[in-house]
Design a protein around this ligand. Sequence first.
Ligand code: HEM
Length: 437
Amino acid sequence: MNQWLDERLHLSRLNDKFLRKAFPVHHSFFLGEITLFSLIILILTGILLALAYEPSNSMIVNSFDPGTADKPNLIPAAYHSALKINAMPFGDMLRRIHHWTANIMIAAAVVHMMRIYFTGAFKKPREINWWIGLLLLIFAVFTAVTGYALPYDNYAYNTLKVIYGIVASIPWVGEWVSQAAFAGRFPGEGIIPRVYGYHIMLLPAILIALTGAHLLIMIKQKHTQPQYAKRIAYKKIVGVPLLTQQTPIMLLLALLFAAIIVLFSAFIPVHPVEFFGPPSTTPINNIKPDWYLLWVFGALAIIPSFEFNFLGGVIGSEFTGAMILPTFIVLALFAVPMLDRSRHNMYYAENPTNHPVRLAAGVAFLALLIVWSVAGYKPELISANILTTANANTILWIATFLVPALAYFATLGIVRGIRALRESDERDRAAFSHADD
Ligand code: HEM
């Protein structure tokens, strides 16, 4: 059979080229795989959800509570189908698995990216994969946001309104871009079919294409090698081949991961569409994005309200906070490989403490995002009467500069302390071995 297939498809070449790839054995290398498994689970559960979901915001009679003949209870078809999915056997469970996996995928991608950054794995020759990885993260976030809109409950409706407003705040072309992106002036008849198209076709196609490129480049360039590989066989690839050793390890990890998500989903509910009800004119005050976008809300919150005209376009705080500042953050991430001055190909994953400035800059960057995420949560702080609005703004502005600066210098101090201890330890050991001689 093998020979029959090989004569027609030359499978042995595929085997030599891809399936013998050596995978380093180190727990941190599983983070990328967990991100990949999440994408697969999302696609599978998404296909099942799409079978029952109705991508339309036309009004239909609520079959759960039809009202009367002269006053029928009309709700958007998309919202109605979300209620129907919840009422189906395992429908609610399917929604939970899809929702939690999306969160885990983004969290795993962020931690995976931190591993790459802190061990220097973005350096030559892996710069392209750093950039593709960033695009993957950005598009994964877009996919999650469009998914949030689909149940079209009052919360999703208000969130879409906020996003529409942010896009419309781009000077000169904002209103035009918003209408083009959301199928007309908000909330146009075509808004749900349009967002659905993004969520189930455009964005997954981009994610699959980018993931394919990411993995092919990784196979071509090979993994960075963990430090222990240096001791075992210097400048040799140390690891287990994809076929057959790594495959069962990956399958076991995938099964364990899926089991944990199912268990988790059995106990922790997701966004309750029934609680928020269908879109209504009653605004929801406390609209907040999920944890991974809170920092954007924070950036929006710390910019005091302003507006001025420039060459016929309006530049305001919404555009500055929700678009300009996040663009700087994303550009800083894209620039990371350019800051590296080494000319040689990177072979071994680096010990983060051997690169104190990079480590401290990374910690300061995280600290800034955390401060902004807290700022995104600000309404709670204010309503709990801990801070008044004016105080909260001043404190958050001071924190925006102070906390990252403190994080930077504290990390540098700690790392230098650790290195001094390590060096004195090595000196002691050398002195002992001389004494023994
Ligand atoms: C969001 C979806 C993503 C998926 C599915 C994914 C998947 C993977 C997998 C399976 C690996 C090999 C295993 C490993 O090193 O952990 C890998 C390696 C890599 N990824 Fe990702 N990744 C994603 C996002 C990212 C992000 C956000 C970045 C950075 C900005 C990134 C940069 C890299 C780099 C540079 C490597 C090579 C690492 C090395 O050789 O040590 N990836 N990715």
